[in-house]
Design a protein around this ligand. Sequence first.
Ligand SMILES: Cc1cc2nc3c(=O)[nH]c(=O)nc-3n(C[C@H](O)[C@H](O)[C@H](O)COP(=O)(O)O)c2cc1C
Length: 343
Amino acid sequence: MTLQKSLPWTKSPLIINAPLQMGGFAGAELSTAVTKAGGLGQIGAVNDMNNLDSQLDKVGQALDHVDGLLPIGVGMLVFITKLEEAIPVLEKHKPAVVWLFAAKELDDYATWAKRLRSALPKSQVWVQVGSVDAALKVAKTVKPDVLCIQGSDAGGHGYEKGAGIISLVPEVSDALAANGHDIPLVAAGGIVDGRGAAAALALGAQGVVMGTRFIAAPETNVHSLYQKALLAANDGGQSTTRSKLFDNLRGPNIWPVAYDGRSIVMESFEDHESGVDIEEIRRKHNEAVKAEDAGFGVDGKGRAAIWAGTAVGIVKKVQPAAEIVEEVRDAARKALEAVNSKL
Ligand SMILES: Cc1cc2nc3c(=O)[nH]c(=O)nc-3n(C[C@H](O)[C@H](O)[C@H](O)COP(=O)(O)O)c2cc1C
């Protein structure tokens, strides 16, 4: 069965919003709009299950269930979220997809999947991974319904050691096939338009996950300066960087050791590069985030992290989420047709 058929409200190629959890970016409004446009809308949850419950209530009011399931995904950060606290909320709302990311140990995904499948037998379990090795291990121990292959261009958190999707997706695809696994893949990291989506489909993905692009949607809960900084940034390989520093700004880093994050380069990072002591960087950061601008600044000014991927320079305007879904879906088809006609 193709992925699109197992999510019957969706249109091909499948466009998915990343479950952006930082600051609750992806909530009811964004996920509803993406699903209504024929994509897979997702909500990001951390550890506030009351908030997740109320977001899902809102989605339930806006969308009809499809085959007994709420037609969205819910993203869980496995190293933070408490499984037993999440289960009752998920059981109540029955999302079509539960998306897992950032486990401390890969075996933790199997623990989650087992519990999720007994509580929500009709929901799909998706896992986002960032290496061939992790994809193979998770395929074997979890048998996820879908693997999201996240490349190092991705905004936000991901594997510290990584490769871009152009090499990662085909190698994962080959390795899974060689080991007898038939698991649909979706790709994430650096995809913001139809050209990127078309490339990901050519690499073997059945759908594309976008984070950075959806931050520039009015339905995303994001500070206006964050959005402004994202729209202003160009040349993402230069203006963004991966570092563990970003997770050390509020206090000691709580993320699993394999992870770092990609943010726009800003004053905290410049200080770090010049050898300023972390205590001093933290002091200035924690002071800055109390201000009205929340520490965000355009063109590298500002002290707070602005998570964004390397394709940030292609995102130039705020656009309704439904328009983003439709435009990328349509442009991906056109890009593939254009390539085909030139062969
Ligand atoms: C602001 C932001 C927050 C994110 N939060 C999460 C998260 O909570 N859970 C998760 O699985 N992925 C998260 N991601 C990563 C996305 O799932 C996805 O891999 C990434 O956005 C894809 O790269 P792109 O930003 O270039 O589209 C986040 C990404 C961004 C930019």
